[in-house]
Design a protein around this ligand. Structure first.
Ligand code: SF4
Length: 272
């Protein structure tokens, strides 16, 4: 008999749920980038006339939606200059990163953002800072020229452990370092629950978009403890992963709907 345990904190985070609720309340919309890294949910939204666009052209004829992880000040200015309606679903926890960065700059620190420079959230944060340094890895950090006074902030979904290690490396190189850990509380809780569960099961299934930054981090974390499989849907499950394994853990990234997790748990149970 298989024991399938779903992590205590997993799936949709508060900020993504909030963004989806706002979008659901409107009619046709143009969503700038991925509202959610979840093809299944995006498909359902598209069926209701809410389409994803990758740049604002002015020919949209619908309000433009800024997603939960925000956007650059350039994009916002473009929408306003074109006199289009803007629906901003930026998560308040992302907005607070803008504020923390601005405060550090006012105090005279040069901003270092720990995060993925290609991610919409980091691009949005960077656009609000004065020539920030961006590092996503120790290699990036080694290659970066760091000034004497550095103010550190990070992407909301950054790994708490790597954050601490990278901050230590910055402290070793700079005269004065002020740190604001801007990893959001839901991300911290998801990582802690995933880690706890990974230590007690024989195999982990991590559910979420293959491009979802927080899902990839969950999979990297649990794979340190146990065999881990990252999937997007139940159809990607393989019966062989669960052969002779009775303790099975499931966790999911912030963009994964509850019904997808339920479907996956049912499918694994059917492999008995
Ligand atoms: S992961 Fe955190 S910052 Fe991002 S939308 Fe969710 S709650 Fe907000």
């Amino acid at each position: 008999m298989k024991n399938i345990i779903v992590a205590e904190a997993q799936g949709f985070c508060w900020g993504v749920r909030r963004a989806l609720d706002i979008v659901e309340k409107h009619g046709e919309l143009s969503i700038l980038g991925d509202l959610i890294h979840n093809k299944q949910v995006v498909g359902k939204l598209e069926a209701k006339g809410k389409r994803v666009i990758h740049e604002v052209t002015g020919k949209e004829n619908t309000p433009i939606v800024i997603t939960a992880h925000g956007t650059t000040t350039e994009n916002i200015a473009k929408v306003r200059n074109l006199d289009m309606q803007l629906i901003d679903t930026t998560c308040p926890l992302v907005s607070s990163i803008y504020e923390e960065g601005a405060k550090l700059e006012q105090e005279g620190y040069h901003i270092l953002i720990l995060g993925d420079r290609n991610h919409v959230e980091v691009r949005g944060i960077a656009s609000r800072m004065r020539e920030p340094i961006i590092a996503n890895s120790f290699a990036d950090l080694s290659a970066a020229k760091l000034p004497e006074r550095v103010g550190v902030i990070c992407q909301s979904t950054f790994s708490p452990k790597i954050f601490d290690q990278m901050v230590e490396a910055v402290r070793a190189r700079c005269e004065e370092v002020k740190v604001k850990n801007t990893i959001c509380a839901p991300t911290k809780r998801r990582q802690e629950s995933a880690e706890t569960l990974a230590k007690q099961v024989e195999v982990m299934v991590v559910v979420g978009g293959f491009h979802s930054s927080n899902t990839k981090k969950l999979a990297t974390l649990t794979s340190k403890y146990v065999e881990t499989h990252h999937i997007e849907t139940a159809t990607q499950l393989k019966e062989s992963w669960f052969k002779e394994k009775n303790e099975i853990g499931i966790t999911a990234g912030a963009s994964t709907a509850d019904w997808i997790i339920e479907e996956i748990a049912d499918q694994i149970a059917s492999f008995a």
